[in-house]
Design a protein around this ligand. Structure first.
Ligand SMILES: *Cc1c(COP(=O)(O)O)cnc(C)c1O
Length: 499
C-alpha cells in the first residue's frame, strides 16, 4: 500500500515514511492510494476475536510495510487492559432502541485521543528503525485540549523523540490545563499560546512548512513530525474502532451481519468522522454518517450548502475540543470527493488561506450529501441533553458526547430513520465535570467548589469512580507555566531544543 498527498498526486511513499513525516512537504496530507476492502466473511471472523486481534488485522491492511512482529509490538503494547481499564478497550453501550454509545475514553487521559496516541509512538519508533532514521524526531502538537495531553502521555520518555505541545491560553478546561502543565517526562515541553486553537494550529503548520527552519533543525540533529490528526498514523487506528463497534453490535444482537448502521460523531478537526468514512469505504455496511457540531457550526453549514466560510464569530463553548473553525482533515475528504484531483484541492486550500472561504462544485456537495448528514447543538441544548439522558437512561455523558446525542436525536426525529446507530463518545464525563454537574444539578451546585471537590461530587452523581489520572493532579507540581505569542512559537521550540 502506497500513500500519496492531497496536494501532489505524484508523491508515493510507504506508510512508515508517511507516518514519520506527518505532513507532506508541500503542505498536503498523506492518504492511501487505494482503500482496502473487507467482506461480510471478514467481519464475521473479526466478530469472533478481541480488540487487539481486530486492530492487528485492520491495521495490517493499511501498514503493509510493517511486519507481523512489528504490528504485534504496536498493537499489544498499546491496547492493554492496564492502559484502557479492561480488554474491551472501546466498549459499546446500548442506550435506547437504536442508539448505541461507543465509549472511546477508557485510556490514560480520559478522551478518545488515547485510542490513536497510545499506538502512534510505537508506529513512529518502528518507522524510524525501518527507515534508518538517525535524527531525533520532534513532535509538535497544537491542541484544543485533549490531543496535547494524550500525545504527551504517549510520547513521554519514548527514545529518539521529543515533544512540544501548544494549547490556546483561554481555550481549555481547568482539568485539561492541569493535565498538561503537570506532565511528567524528560523529553516533554508545554507552552500556552495567546490566541485560540486555530492560531495554535496555524502556528504549528507554519513551522512545518518553513524550509529554512527545517534546515536549521536538521543541523541540530532534529526532524519535525506531527501527532495531530493530520498524521495518517493518527487516523488509521481510529478506523479500527468503528469496525470493532460493528462486530460488537452483531455480538450483542443489535444487528445481523450485513445490516446497515449509522455513525454519529461529535466533530472538531474532522479526524474521527473521517475514520468512519474510511470504514464505510472499506465495505463496512454504513448507511449515513452524521456530523455533529457545537455552536461553531461551520461544518454543518458546509455539508448543507457546499460553502466553507471561516468569516464568522468563534465561540468558546462547554465542548472546547470541538471549538475549531479550520477542520484540517476535511482536506482528505475533499481529495476523495474530487476523485483525487490534487490541483482542485490546492485551489480550494489556497482560497481558504487567502479568503478564509471556499465553495465546492455542486457535484461534490451532492456526493457528500448522499452519505453525510450534519447538525449542531448549542450549549443550552447540550446541557439539556446531558440531563435528559441521565434522567431517562441513568447514563452520564460528557459535553462533547452530548452534542452528538443531541444532534442524533434531532436527526432521528426529523428523518424517521430508525437504522441502528453508533454514537462516538469522546470523553469521560469526569474530564468536563463542571459542565456535566452544572447540567445535571444546576449551576448553583458548583459554587465554591474546586476542581477536585467537583470530581468527588461527580462520583456521587454518576455512581462511577473518578479516574486516578484526574484525582492525582491535585498533588502534582506544575512544571510548565510559560505563555507565548503566536508569532513566537518557533522561538519557543528553538529554546526547548537549544538551537
Ligand atoms: C478531539 C475531540 C473531538 C473532535 O474530534 P476530531 O477528530 O477533531 O473531529 C471531540 N470530542 C473530544 C472529547 C475530543 O477530544
Amino acid at each position: 500500500m502506497k500513500y500519496t498527498s492531497t496536494r501532489d498526486r505524484s508523491i508515493s511513499v510507504d506508510s512508515a515514511s508517511a507516518i514519520k513525516q506527518g505532513l507532506s512537504k508541500e503542505g498536503g496530507l498523506f492518504l492511501p492510494r487505494s482503500i482496502p476492502q473487507i467482506s461480510a466473511g471478514d467481519i464475521a471472523e473479526l466478530a469472533s476475536v478481541g480488540y487487539r486481534a481486530r486492530a492487528k488485522r485492520i491495521l495490517g491492511l493499511y501498514l503493509t510495510d510493517f511486519t507481523d512482529e512489528e504490528l504485534d509490538y504496536c498493537v499489544n503494547g498499546a491496547y492493554t487492559a492496564e492502559h484502557f481499564g479492561s480488554d474491551a478497550i472501546a466498549p459499546l453501550v446500548p442506550l435506547d432502541e437504536t442508539a448505541n454509545i461507543l465509549e472511546l475514553w477508557h485510556g490514560p487521559t480520559c478522551a478518545f485521543k488515547d485510542m490513536a496516541l497510545q499506538i502512534l509512538p510505537r508506529f513512529l519508533t518502528t518507522a524510524m528503525k525501518k527507515t534508518g532514521e538517525k535524527s531525533t524526531i520532534v513532535i509538535l502538537v497544537a491542541t484544543s485540549g485533549d490531543t496535547g495531553k494524550a500525545a504527551l502521555e504517549g510520547f513521554r520518555d519514548v527514545e529518539g523523540t521529543k515533544i512540544t505541545v501548544f494549547y490556546p491560553n483561554d481555550g481549555v478546561s481547568r482539568i485539561q490545563r492541569l493535565q498538561m502543565v503537570t506532565q511528567r517526562g524528560e523529553n516533554v515541553a508545554v507552552g500556552a499560546v495567546e490566541g485560540n486553537f486555530d492560531d495554535a494550529q496555524n502556528g504549528v503548520k507554519d513551522i512545518f512548512t518553513d524550509g529554512e527552519y527545517g534546515e536549521r533543525l536538521l543541523e541540530g540533529g532534529y526532524k519535525l513530525s506531527s501527532a495531530n490528526s493530520i498524521n495518517w498514523g493518527r487516523l488509521v487506528p481510529q478506523i479500527v474502532y468503528y469496525i470493532s463497534a460493528y462486530c460488537d453490535m452483531i455480538n450483542q444482537g443489535r444487528i445481523k451481519n450485513g445490516g446497515k448502521i449509522n455513525i454519529c460523531v461529535p466533530t472538531g478537526n474532522f479526524g474521527n468522522i473521517l475514520a468512519a468514512y474510511y470504514a464505510k469505504r472499506m465495505g463496512l455496511p454504513v448507511n449515513r454518517l452524521i456530523c455533529a457540531s457545537n455552536a461553531n457550526n461551520i461544518l454543518t453549514d458546509f455539508i448543507n450548502t457546499g460553502v466553507y466560510d471561516c468569516n464568522r464569530d468563534f465561540y468558546t463553548t462547554i465542548s472546547p475540543s470541538m471549538d475549531i473553525l479550520i477542520s484540517s482533515n476535511l482536506e482528505r475528504l475533499l481529495f476523495e470527493l474530487l476523485d483525487g484531483d490534487d490541483g482542485a484541492v490546492r485551489g480550494l486550500m489556497a482560497g481558504l488561506k487567502r479568503d478564509k472561504k471556499y465553495v465546492v462544485p455542486d457535484s461534490v456537495r451532492e456526493k457528500l450529501g448522499s452519505f453525510m448528514s450534519a447538525g449542531c447543538c448549542d450549549d443550552i441544548r447540550t446541557k439539556q441533553t446531558i440531563r435528559e439522558i441521565k434522567e431517562k437512561f441513568g447514563y452520564t455523558c460528557d459535553t462533547h458526547t452530548a452534542v452528538a446525542v443531541g444532534v442524533y436525536m434531532d436527526y432521528r426525529r426529523d428523518t424517521g430513520d430508525m437504522t441502528p446507530t453508533v454514537i462516538a463518545s469522546t470523553a469521560s464525563p469526569f474530564k468536563f465535570n463542571a459542565s456535566v454537574l452544572g447540567a445535571i444539578e444546576g449551576e448553583q451546585s458548583l459554587e465554591g467548589k474546586d476542581e477536585f471537590e467537583l470530581l468527588a461530587r461527580c462520583e456521587k452523581v454518576t455512581g462511577m469512580t473518578a479516574p486516578v489520572s484526574l484525582t492525582e493532579l491535585k498533588d502534582l507540581p506544575v512544571r510548565f507555566d510559560r505563555t507565548c505569542k503566536k508569532e513566537d512559537m518557533r522561538d519557543f521550540v528553538s529554546g526547548v531544543l537549544g538551537i
